[in-house]
Design a protein around this ligand. Structure first.
Ligand SMILES: N[C@@H](CCC(=O)N[C@@H](CS)C(=O)NCC(=O)O)C(=O)O
Length: 210
């Protein structure tokens, strides 16, 4: 059977694509990747050919196409259960913080867009963005077990969802608590993330068409 194909956006920019890419790699699930450049004249048409959501990531499997970063991560966790914590209460908590990231923090997402090629520099931010930054740190402090470097000790999907946040905190030189800084460092020094980043730094970029 042929390998699943993970359709992704530009590695430099696509936070949603990064999450399942990290999860599949961490799970040791073999896949090939296919990049669809974002913001080009034919992007929407190419995305619509993959899913009615017209977004990346999409995982093309023998059983069908799966879209949405969280759905793809859940597919991976069915094969590699260690992508979530083993303890049911911790697993529920991990799903809660992951869902918070998946559906929230819109000011942070809007104002501090991920760009792995951007030169590190602070930026003016709205009150709403500062509130998101505070809330994320509070979330981390609430769940972090202290038993390992990641939120739930070993690496889980929750860490995949916060890795793009860590890149934003780094790129935009956001001042953080000591614990939050240490966690950001852990995420950014992770070898699997570094593999993604190395490709992102090599990407060329065609100007957006609109
Ligand atoms: N909730 C979706 C969001 C996916 C999303 O918004 N992806 C962006 C790229 S990062 C996209 O495909 N945008 C459509 C476009 O650029 O035309 C997920 O988790 O996968």
């Amino acid at each position: 059977m042929s390998l699943p194909v993970l359709h992704i956006g530009n590695k430099r920019l696509s936070t949603w694509s990064m999450r399942p890419w990290l999860a599949l790699k961490k799970a040791g699930i073999a896949f090939t990747e296919h990049l669809i450049p974002l913001d080009q004249e034919d992007t929407r048409e190419r995305l619509l050919a993959l899913s009615p959501a017209a977004t990346v990531p999409v995982l093309e499997t023998a059983g069908g196409h799966i879209w949405d970063s969280l759905a793809i991560c859940e597919w991976a966790a069915e094969q590699a259960p260690s992508l979530w914590p083993e303890d049911p209460a911790q697993r529920a908590l991990a799903r809660s913080v992951t869902a918070s990231m998946h559906s929230g923090f819109s000011a942070l997402r809007r104002e501090l867009s991920m760009d792995l090629q951007r030169e590190k520099a602070a930026k003016d931010m709205s009150v709403a963005c500062w509130a998101d930054i505070e809330q994320i740190q509070a979330l981390w402090a609430h769940v972090k077990t202290g038993e390992g470097p990641f939120l739930f000790g070993t690496w889980t999907i929750a860490d995949a969802f916060f890795t793009p946040v860590a890149t934003r905190f780094d790129t935009y030189a956001v001042p953080l608590s000591t614990d939050a800084s240490a966690y950001v460092k852990t995420l950014l020094n992770d070898p699997v993330y570094k593999e993604w980043k190395a490709s992102a730094l090599e990407e060329s970029w065609d100007a957006p068409f609109h």
